[in-house]
Design a protein around this ligand. Structure first.
Ligand SMILES: C[S@@+](CC[C@H](N)C(=O)[O-])C[C@H]1O[C@@H](n2cnc3c(N)ncnc32)[C@H](O)[C@@H]1O
Length: 269
């Protein structure tokens, strides 16, 4: 069965996260240090398979990859348990991989003292509970890279911090572009909420992507935000793109070309 996360735009955003992870992991493995990664694979595992392969490629170093994946939906968890070779006990390829698949809500980093990676690919609203988990200072340790994915349209969601809603509304009220909806300002509002809480730990925003993954009635606008305090990104400029979103501003041909160029920029970032 095809996963609902298996679509082109989601693949592009996943690749942006993966590209930044690769730069980060290279720098950790070069120092023969261990890396701890927490992710939410759902039924895709594309990202996780690639970071495991990347660790395997570096298996001549002394580094270990501690990968913990979480799933809170019982059916998804059951269906995906032991579904990949690297999950099986005693597989000889991955002597430097410590893998755990937890039937649990994603929690803060429990063990790493540095070199922590998290992709909290929630795709739901930026609730206080989710933000508190991500912003827990046990995650904000030296040389770390943190990505979140949140929905940008918030209907019937009452647990979003008021500051975020107010910031979004304020940005919307001052936007002179009549084609932009308030959800266009959600990603900036979430980033503006998170950054000051991460800044004391040396983090800065490195990526902000707004996108609509699928077409049709179920299409929800999302954003992927990335923050890091790793010196690996010291020379990297903040990367901001909007994919597959604008409607009504230009002709569909112009939008298609723009989208193509933005996708290429993402794949190469
Ligand atoms: C958007 S999907 C992940 C997609 C995947 N990362 C990809 O690359 O396509 C989110 C998955 O995480 C699960 N999930 C959502 N919130 C969670 C949480 N707080 N703790 C654990 N699992 C969660 C959902 O049930 C779903 O299977």
């Amino acid at each position: 069965m095809q996963s609902k996360f298996d679509n082109k735009i989601k693949a592009v955003t996943r690749q942006v996260v993966l590209n930044q992870y690769m730069k980060f992991a290279e720098s950790v493995f070069k120092k023969n240090e261990d890396l701890t990664a927490y992710t939410l694979p759902a039924d895709m595992w594309t990202f996780e398979q690639q970071i495991v392969d990347h660790a395997l490629y570096h298996s001549n170093t002394k580094s270990e990859l501690n990968l913990t994946c979480f799933e809170c939906d019982p059916a998804t968890y059951k269906h995906n348990t032991d579904s990949r070779y690297f999950m099986l006990n005693g597989n000889e390829l991955h002597t430097r991989l410590n893998f755990e698949y937890k039937f649990d809500f994603m929690h803060r980093n429990l063990h790493a003292k540095k070199n922590f990676f998290m992709w909290a690919d929630f795709c739901g609203c930026p609730t206080q509970e989710r933000l508190d988990m991500v912003l827990n200072k046990k995650n904000l340790i030296a040389n770390s890279l943190i990505f979140v994915t949140f929905a940008c349209r918030w209907r019937n969601c009452y647990t979003i911090p008021k500051t975020i809603v107010d910031m979004r509304d304020d940005l919307f009220a001052h936007d002179l572009n009549p084609h932009k909806s308030s959800s266009h300002h959600a990603s900036n509002a979430i980033q503006s909420y998170m950054h000051p809480l991460m800044k004391p730990f040396g983090f800065r925003p490195i990526v902000n992507l707004e996108y609509i993954a699928n077409q049709g009635g179920g299409a929800t606008s999302m954003c992927v935000l990335g923050f890091s305090n790793s010196p690996t990104f010291n020379r990297t400029k903040f990367f901001r793109k909007t994919l597959n979103w604008f409607k009504g501003v230009t002709s569909s041909e112009v939008r298609e070309v723009q989208n193509y160029l933005d996708i290429q920029a993402c794949l190469n970032h």
